[in-house]
Design a protein. Sequence first.
Length: 320
Amino acid sequence: MALALFVANVGIVPFEAPIYSVINKFIVPLAVPMLLFDSDLRRVIRDTGSLLVAFGVGAVATVGATLLAFPLVPMRSLDDNNWRVACALAARHIGGAINFVAVAETLNIAGSVVSAAIAADNVVVALYFAMLFALAKETAPVSSSEENIVQVQGDFEYSITDSSNNLPSQMDLPSVAMALSVSASLVTIGGLFTKLLLPKGTSSLPLTSALTVIAATIFPHFFARIRTAGTALGIVFIQMFFAVSGAAGSIRLVFQQAPALFAFSMAQVAAHFGILLSIGQGLLRLDPNELYLASNANVGGPTTAAAMAQAKQWKRSYSL
């Protein structure tokens, strides 16, 4: 995003182009289902245990934090975009960047504002992750033939392997074609249901996401075979969205808007952490390490949480 922002502002690529609309209108909706192919709710509930409770507390904490932070840092420099950005950042701090994408698309947030919001929030999130890593205590690995082990191959690649489940999941031409076909079908059905059931102008992404989760829960074996290809393609498509968001932005506007966005994001994340510990540790007596990992998953999404679990050598005790 930063590179696209730079090359657009020095005149190498344009601020507006038809391909940008194609990515926002067609590519991004395809990415959403593909990143949810692994969302079998039965497996999630079975494998996560109290960590799922901690994640839920973190989601509630983010909503409460947003309601507290917005009056304190109203971001008046963004004019009518201030409440839209607050909603998009709240969505991001409940599950990661894909949520930000969905809300930004739904609320029609301007490209320059999206660039500024992501840039400012990335700084805050990086500092927050450093704090979580410092607070979390390492635990000895748990040896078990049935443990779920988080594997991190790179900044945006992760998987959870289960020795009791030997379903093939690979990246080849048939799996890529199937992942694209299934995603396109879910997007089409989600769009039709949105037009039939929801008010005019409503984004189809939320309903498409819900349909994907339902399908992945009903047909887990089928989706397990295409999840690797779906995740890889989905990540590539989301990177296209961030590049387009950067190219549509103005460096001058980013620097003008970033201070207010930075202050809001900082207040929001700080309130999230305070509410999370108050409820999770004070009332529910949850393990602090689980709360830190769940907060990481809230604010950064699954990839950063997987990296934290790997770094701390948390396996079955804190499986994702």
